[in-house]
Design a protein around this ligand. Structure first.
Ligand code: BEZ
Length: 388
């Protein structure tokens, strides 16, 4: 009886193996989009989804021959809900790949679950240094930047301009803290001093008391990290306080990217550093912008580019493994060797899977983040703490 049961079990298992293998490479590819669709980063989440879907549409709706199916979660940029949200995608919906998120705190929770479960994760925005630092892993990738990168690039620019005393202002969470840290590292190396570090909790926008503090400390310039709806309010409040006439405002490019319609004349002349700009002379950017505008009746921004490139990374890796997401080492080998033809310009991924890319100096002119030159060429995140 026992022998018979074992034989039946073996037969059943043998019958299951090929079916499972076929399902992994030929069935629908389930993509879990965990992005903010409400709150101060809602427009960033939508742009990422648009960019990702544009690439999928260009491939005829399939990646590596697998039809793409989306499962969406609004993460509300709330780290306290992030672990539950990502676990739903992994355990309940059984997604093949996680795409997310925008907020650094949410992305860190996603990276923890991805690392523990082995699920493939591509981060299309959040810059949390830890994701490609101590949390780095074979199955974790980023199509965007580390928080250190744009801050560092702007620190180099401002020090070279001869600016001596700077006040910083940002939200108190990983993205703000790490942007300022990157900025300080380069700015102090170049001879500058940070005379005041101001912050307020995310996503608060009550800037008045902090602006009064800036006016009283009379720095030569201000460096800032804000993004989305909060960045619109900050630029408008800075101008309303008259500070744009006396103390030049600089920032990582999230301050103005995707925000110029709403910021209007109050953003005119602001210098920022970012891995994208509006008037790049890049062939891929021209075709991308045309296709994006035609599809969505909107101009793309850096978030749309990062979404598009997250899908490109997925395509490169999955093509190399013929759609089999379980082949993580081969997936990684293909992506690590790739030159990714991005609208931002060609970039590669570091050993820690963070983009090695040029940072551009941009100036707001009318409704454009106009390219002014290279702020930092082929800037590589130091990936501190990554053991891979
Ligand atoms: C972040 O939380 O990492 C982030 C959010 C918006 C823009 C850039 C970075």
């Amino acid at each position: 009886m026992k022998i018979k049961t074992t034989f039946v079990t073996l037969l059943a298992t043998a019958a299951l193996v090929p079916t499972f293998a076929i399902a992994q490479t030929n069935g629908k590819l389930k993509v879990g989009l965990m992005l903010p669709y409400t709150g101060t980063f809602a427009s960033l989440g939508n742009a990422i989804e648009n960019g990702f879907k544009l690439y999928v549409a260009e491939q005829g709706g399939k990646i590596a021959g697998r039809e793409v199916e989306f499962v969406k979660v609004d993460d509300e940029s709330d780290p306290s809900k992030a672990t539950d949200n990502v676990n739903k995608l992994v355990k309940r919906d059984n997604v093949d790949v996680l795409i997310g998120s925008v907020h650094s705190g949410v992305a860190m929770a996603m990276a923890k679950v991805a690392k523990d479960s082995g699920t493939l994760l591509i981060v299309p925005n959040a810059g949390a240094d830890a994701v490609t630092g101590p949390m780095c892993a074979t199955n974790i990738y980023r199509s965007s930047f580390s928080n250190w990168q744009p801050g560092y690039a702007m620190g180099e620019v401002m020090a070279k301009k001869g600016i001596k005393k700077v006040a910083t202002i940002t939200w108190k969470y990983a993205a703000g803290d790490e942007s300022v840290k990157g900025f300080k590292e380069a700015f102090e190396k170049g001879g500058g001093t940070v005379v005041k570090e101001l912050s307020l909790p995310f996503p608060n926008v009550e800037f008045q008391a902090l602006l009064t503090d800036i006016a009283a400390s009379k720095p030569d310039a201000v460096f800032t990290f804000f993004a989305g709806g909060g960045a619109v309010k900050f630029v408008k409040d800075y101008a309303a306080a008259g500070l744009n006439k006396t103390i030049p405002l600089y920032g990582s490019g999230f301050l103005t990217d995707g925000n110029l319609e709403a910021q209007g004349a109050d953003a005119e002349g602001i210098f920022t550093a970012l891995h994208y700009a509006d008037s790049l002379n890049v062939a891929k950017d021209k075709s991308f912008r045309l296709a994006y505008a035609k599809t969505y009746k909107l101009q793309p921004d850096v978030y749309a580019v990062q979404g598009y490139d997250a899908a490109q990374i997925l395509g490169i890796g999955l093509n190399a493994v013929k759609g089999d997401v379980s082949k993580k080492a081969e997936f990684a080998k293909a992506v690590e060797a790739a030159k990714i033809d991005s609208p931002r310009g060609v970039f590669t991924l570091s050993k820690a899977h963070n983009p090695v890319q040029d940072f551009y100096l941009r100036k707001v002119v009318g409704k454009e983040n106009k390219y002014e030159g290279i702020a930092s060429k082929g800037l590589t995140d130091p990936a501190r703490g990554c053991k891979m």
